[in-house]
Design a protein around this ligand. Structure first.
Ligand SMILES: Cc1ncc(COP(=O)(O)O)c(C=O)c1O
Length: 400
């Protein structure tokens, strides 16, 4: 149960929450929130100043520790996720790294699914071992493989559902129930691709949910940010690490993220519908070998998608072009509506060729292990019509 008293929010509640969450706070009764664009706060009173400096997560002491604009964004996300508290960070990666450095370390193992965002994988494989952090991996669609990989000293379980860029799902409630019975580990779900509108990991048994706010929470391709939500105790633990890492979100970015959040339900509903229509149409193309989208009845985990993401499957899909790397590059070069760009969840359609893009983040061997099909193209739909987006791709496919 969160500060708003809401647990599983219905559509009506989302609008109420986003419209009115922080109303009483704004000075001069401004309808839109104020931006506290300040690095620090002062007090004439030494006792008050001491309290500001020492109370964990004080929202008005020094902006690396916290800030009222950032807190407003955090409260809104906590409300949307049915959490007690949330912590905003400078990027999605900052949230992931702060959580790893909080809950893992020597003699504490991380267990992560093997199909996971390239940056997360890069940290786990290239940086974590330097700090004595042991990392195990499991195949997210194989429960037996998870159960086998879980160890009594697993202290952090990293899940991502749907996964980027193959849109594979992780059965969050099944994994969470088994983990709770067998270890003390914190279960963290990267829910960036589904957004809080489509999926509520905390209600499925996860301890922490994380988003790259750079994507649909911000929604306008104009900020870099991240956020974690969960119990006050866990969020305070991560804060103890993150404020020392300096992984704090900027107040102006928090203000933009809060503005983005207000229209999240409408934007996500549009993305859900558009991605579904585009995916269904691409599935009929003779030049496409496979379309990955959990909303399609052909997706191997479609039943899980209906259970776990009851409101829709999100705005991200991927498809494999016949002809591998070269054919995918030809399609990318001939897209006119979709821009070649490394993000999604925005107003305009963005496409990437992951095998080419992630080559910068991973070694050749790691790339091979990640099982990225060379002809895979990832598409984050925008607000263009489904027909315009699909026609653009079909025209590009003709150039192969
Ligand atoms: C699923 C997922 N998690 C985390 C991240 C990292 O977020 P950021 O780029 O905001 O650090 C991304 C970025 O693309 C992502 O797609």
């Amino acid at each position: 149960m969160n500060e708003t008293g809401l647990q599983n929010l219905r559509e009506h509640d989302y609008y109420e929450l986003l419209a009115h969450l922080d109303e009483p706070e704004w000075p001069l009764r401004s309808v839109a929130p104020a931006i506290y664009q300040t690095s620090t706060f002062w007090s004439p009173d030494p006792d008050e100043f001491l309290e500001m400096a020492t109370k964990p997560r004080h929202a008005a002491f020094y902006s690396r520790y916290g800030n009222p604009t950032i807190r407003s964004f955090e409260n809104a996300v906590a409300g949307l996720e049915g959490a007690d508290a949330a912590l905003a960070t400078a990027s999605g990666m900052a949230a992931i790294v702060a959580a790893i450095l909080t809950f893992a370390g020597q003699k504490k193992r991380v267990l992560a699914q093997s199909a996971i965002y390239g940056g997360t994988m890069g940290f786990l494989r290239n940086v974590a071992p330097r700090f004595g952090i042991d990392v195990d991996f499991f195949e997210q669609t194989d429960f037996a493989n998870f159960a086998q990989a879980l160890k009594p000293d697993t202290s952090l379980i990293l899940l991502e559902s749907p996964s980027n860029p193959l849109l594979r799902l992780t059965d969050i409630s099944r994994i969470a129930a088994h983990a709770k019975a067998n270890c003390e580990g914190v279960i963290l779900v990267d829910s960036t691709i589904s957004s809080p509108i489509n999926q509520q990991p905390l209600s499925l048994g996860a301890d922490l949910v994380m988003h790259s706010a750079t994507k649909s929470l911000g929604g306008h391709s104009d900020i870099t940010g991240g956020v974690l939500a969960g119990s006050s105790a866990l969020i305070t633990s991560v804060w103890q690490t993150s404020y020392l890492l300096g992984a704090t979100l900027d107040p102006f970015a928090a203000w933009l993220a809060l503005r983005g959040l207000r229209t999240l339900p409408m934007r996500v509903a549009r993305h859900n519908q558009t991605a579904m229509e585009v995916a269904a149409r691409l599935e009929r193309s003779a030049k496409i070998r496979a379309v990955h989208y959990p909303g399609l009845p052909s997706h191997p985990q479609h039943d899980l998608a209906k259970r776990q993401m009851p409101n829709g499957s999100g705005g991200l899909l991927s498809f494999e072009v016949d002809g591998g790397l070269a054919a995918a590059e030809t399609v990318m070069a001939n897209l006119r509506i979709a821009h070649r760009s490394a993000s999604f969840g925005s107003f305009s359609t963005l496409a990437v060729h992951p095998a080419a893009m992630w080559a910068g983040m991973m070694s050749e061997e790691q790339l091979k292990q990640s099982e990225l099909p060379p002809g895979l193209i990832r598409l984050g739909v925008g607000f263009e019509t489904p027909d315009a987006i699909a026609s653009d791709i079909e025209a590009a496919l003709e150039r192969i």
